[in-house]
Design a binder for this molecule. Sequence first.
Ligand code: ATP
Length: 236
Amino acid sequence: MNILLEATRLSAGYGPLEIIRNINVRVLQGQLTVIVGPNGAGKTTLMRALSGILPLGQGGVALAGNAVESFNVSKRVSNGLVLVPEGRHLFTQMTVEENLELGGYLLPASERRRLMDEVLALFPRLAERRGQLAGTMSGGEQQMVAVGRAMMGKPRCMLLDEPSLGLAPKMVAELFRILRQICDQGTGVLLVEQNVRQALSVCDHAYILEQGQVVAEGSGQELLQGERIRKSYLGL
Ligand code: ATP
């Protein structure tokens, strides 16, 4: 299977403060990869370093085999590496459809319309509410718009930082179903998630990040059955 995103011996932090150290992470094409870990472990810091928001201390980031660590955020985006911001970064006074359109603004109009149809097919709830102002949607629906808008940029690899934060359980399940579908269409997804049991149940591969380092990795099922997750994350 193709390696879509590969971080090698990555370190990053804030000023002199090193938060993540020596991280090796891979996302394969068509796979849902998850990062779990306690608060303050450095998950957000890792996502920011991968997306280019935060400069690297050391290490490399490769997208489909090409080094991108010297690329700024927008160059990484145009190469297909996209960080999905939280739903609250939408244009609240614009409709769902207008927000989605903005995600595909670089595409020719015919291609944009085709992608819009695809995205609306993926998110039936957004299709129903395409004319509604984004700011009047529920938190879960806004998160869906944010993911849909990222899809309009035809990403090769999507990075999502706790998209399920504050969502009702039904919405979380719906979001995971959609992420799975996005992977099945060939996109790679790297997801930071606090719903450990649910995330490990649906993912292909997962990493456990503790105190800035990867302390374990494996398939979701392997980790779910492992001592570390059962004790520290599931309280079993
Ligand atoms: P959470 O699940 O609570 O969001 P996290 O695993 O995403 O946690 P990070 O947000 O990456 O963790 O934070 C890791 C560490 O980096 C924390 O100790 C935090 O205080 C520190 N940190 C985060 N942002 C900054 C910043 N801008 N300046 C200095 N330290 C920061």
